[in-house]
Design a protein around this ligand. Structure first.
Ligand code: SF4
Length: 478
């Protein structure tokens, strides 16, 4: 199996017949933080349009895109959690002549699903999205009923999926897996009578749509159906959710609201929680840009230590505005981190408290700590809003192998957060290091613990329904 997809998705249907392509493109630009590798759109009657790179580059293809018009369509930005980053793996994916599909998440049992369609679609299921798509196509050929087909598909799929689908009748489907791992919401534009589905509400804001609501876990919404423009269908029974806690910490845009929670406010609360639990002595609080900014503010407000900008992204240089964690290669991640420039005036001679959202491999943190010391910091301490990442994620975020996770490396079987924190701190070269814990994380998000996923922290994959085999990075990435 080649790739598994994380990413951002968008779908639109205008009941007034307004061209939705500009809305898709705006939506993709707003979801860029969810995927920087490739982007694509699908509209009725045209081949899927896909390109490598950032979505705002659509300006460079304006003449090719001129023929792309329609009152319904879908779009996708990609970040690979498995397999190679290339155009063949970009999305949306065309499935037969019947539909195109965009996927945010990971199907854990994609190989089993691919085997089920092998006889009919040999060699076509190189990614989990394609496997799920061709299985859906098989069900549709059995019974031409989309609700029934999704119900059947959901019984087989294990994993995380927020799908957008465009069929050849121009109907758009927004589908969220029964646990609600990855976000998905819908909005409305009165003027053009357009429904928008998107991974995050920040895309609705960018398009000028009013937020209507989150798509519920186990819910499928059809836009532009024969009877009504908006229909909801429950394809899986209600069960405990497993919203990804890492979305609130790092992945999502701070301006988004996910499952009723403002990401910005949650991040600010992460900082306050950290300051309450682990008050560190220092002269200045500085965030690692960009996702840790609200948490640093929260830490500063709670602790009384002033917050300053001590690290700035050099946005005007290549890769300067990109996110390091979702870069597919180590060299790319380091290049992004090296574009973070320390501000001497904030740092020199000070005891600096650095706030970061998470530590995955530890390489970026080490580069940052070294640069702060080089610029004259008297002391460097660090507090991290996400607890130690000890296990891989099989639900759409790229922590593919334990061997790369710094917390797993140093823990050597221990689950004591303070002990792990000390060792991680030593490894990245800080004077003091503190982690948040699961309790603090869920309290700050404001959702009950049993409605969130913490599998990468505690290794509990019960809600996924299987115990995934721990694989090496080589096996995962191919
Ligand atoms: S394992 Fe971690 S990153 Fe993956 S869905 Fe769960 S909380 Fe999110």
């Amino acid at each position: 199996m080649g790739t598994k997809e994380a990413c951002g998705v968008v779908g639109a249907y205008s009941a007034k017949g307004t061209d939705i392509v500009p809305m898709l493109l705006k939506g993709l630009e707003a979801l860029q933080h969810r995927g920087q590798e490739s982007w694509g759109i699908a509209v009725e009657g045209k081949p899927v349009f896909k390109k490598m790179g950032l979505a705002f580059n659509w300006y460079n293809y304006a003449s090719e895109l001129a023929g792309y018009r329609g009152s319904s369509g879908i779009g996708h930005v990609r970040y690979s959690t498995k397999g190679r980053s290339n155009l063949d793996n970009a999305q949306p994916v065309q499935i037969g002549k019947e539909f195109s599909i965009g996927h945010n998440g990971t199907i854990v049992n994609a190989e089993d699903v691919a085997r089920a369609v092998e006889a009919d679609y040999r060699g076509k299921c190189g990614t989990d999205t394609k496997a799920a798509g061709y299985r859906l196509l098989q069900f549709l050929r059995e019974e031409n009923d989309w609700f029934w087909a999704f119900e059947r598909l959901a019984k087989e799929l294990i994993g995380a999926y927020s799908f957008v689908v465009l069929n050849r009748r121009g109907e758009v489907f927004a589908v969220r897996d029964p646990r609600g791992y990855r976000p998905l919401c819908v909005g409305w534009i009165e003027k053009s009578k357009t429904y928008i589905a998107a991974s995050e509400s920040c895309a609705l804001t960018a398009i000028g749509a009013k937020f209507l609501r989150d798509v519920e876990p186990g819910e499928m919404i059809r836009l532009g159906g024969p009877k009504r423009a908006f229909e909801s269908f429950r394809f899986a029974p209600r069960q405990a959710s497993a919203h990804c806690s890492f979305e609130y910490t790092y992945f999502a845009h701070p301006s988004s609201r996910i499952d009723g929670v403002s990401v910005y406010e949650a991040r600010k609360r992460f900082g306050k929680t950290l300051a309450k639990k682990h008050r560190m002595k220092g002269n200045v609080v500085i965030p690692v840009p960009d996702s840790a900014r609200p948490a640093a503010l929260g830490y500063a407000l709670e602790s009384g230590v002033p917050m300053e900008e001590g690290l700035m992204k050099d946005r005007y240089r290549r890769k300067g505005s990109m996110r390091s964690f979702i870069e597919p290669r180590q060299s790319g991640r380091e290049e992004v981190v090296k574009r973070i420039i320390p501000i001497q005036e904030t740092i020199r001679g000070k005891n600096v408290i650095v706030i970061d959202d998470s530590i995955v491999r530890g390489t970026s943190s080490k580069i940052i700590v070294d640069s702060l010391r080089k610029e004259g910091a008297r002391g460097v301490k660090m507090a991290v809003t996400f607890p130690p990442i000890m296990h891989p994620c099989y639900m759409g975020v790229d922590f593919p192998s334990r061997e790369e996770l710094i917390a797993h490396q140093v823990a050597k079987g221990s689950t004591n957060i303070a002990e792990i924190g000390k060792k991680v701190g030593r490894a990245i070269g800080v004077d003091e290091f503190q982690y948040n814990d699961i309790e603090g994380l869920s309290q700050a998000i404001g959702l009950p613990k049993n409605s969130l996923c913490f599998a990468c922290i505690n290794g509990d994959y019960t809600k996924l329904g299987i115990s995934p085999t721990v694989k090496s990075r080589k096996e995962m990435k191919g």
